[in-house]
Design a protein around this ligand. Sequence first.
Ligand code: NCD
Length: 308
Amino acid sequence: MSELSVNHLLGIKYLNKNDINLIFETADHFKEVINRSIKKVPSLRDITIANIFFENSTRTKLSFELAEKRLSADVINFSASQSSVKKGETLIDTVNNILSMKVDMVVMRHPNPGAGVFLSKHVKAAIVNAGDGAHEHPTQALLDSYSIREKLGDVGGKNVVIVGDILHSRVALSNILALKLQGANVKVCGPKTLIPKHIESLGVTVETDLRKALNWCDVANMLRVQNERMDISYFPSTREYTQQFGVNKALLQSLDKEIVIMHPGPINRGVEITSDVADSNQSIILDQVENGVAVRMAVLYLLASKIK
Ligand code: NCD
């Protein structure tokens, strides 16, 4: 039987192509399950999962929680704002306290890059990185690729442009790694100040003209400007950003071909995309959300099967 090459999901960086294929095949099965009238399977009946979130989250947290419940896992939720972390407790102490209640897996979102890797070395549980600062967000990249595969077939050979705040986005880095691993062609597009130096070393090209990038691509993944991670101004004004890097219906309709629009959410409507684009039939934003549950079920199931 096939299994993942890793015991934790800390980043796309640690996965190989077979891992991604296995996750997608498993997700296909779970997608069928969650569309049945009885949406639940007993696969993780003996597993307890703690969701610990040190940073705000709506869809990622709900999506993991739903995935866990659909697999019949026992679930506990912990958010930093209501915890002893505020009283000065360390990350390892906080997590070891939770683990002593016989928890098998930890899904963690943390503002510090590398927090998941650190934890995996110090505690005895399978760790899933649900976003570590501006570093990686592996399940988002997996569900994004899964959604491209569902819409257009094999991700290999597809042209994907990631637009916006590449510098502060964990979604960008994880997507680049996942898309390259599957053989897609990847471009990044955004203001020069929001494109990291040496990004080409990841095998991507840079395009600062949005229209050119859109005319080249099959899929455009539109990212949110991560204002909360900015201590200085990276562009003159939101209005100017939108004029140069926002997608509206007129721009979409003036392109040479029909492209697929993606967004990880939360959307700033009217900034990176207008409402008529977000809600158009070229957008697969809600499919991404639906697929997120199936993909996270697959990840949790495959990691849990390595625990025993
Ligand atoms: C992303 C995140 O938190 O990194 N959102 C998400 O997980 N759906 C992207 C974002 O916050 O812009």
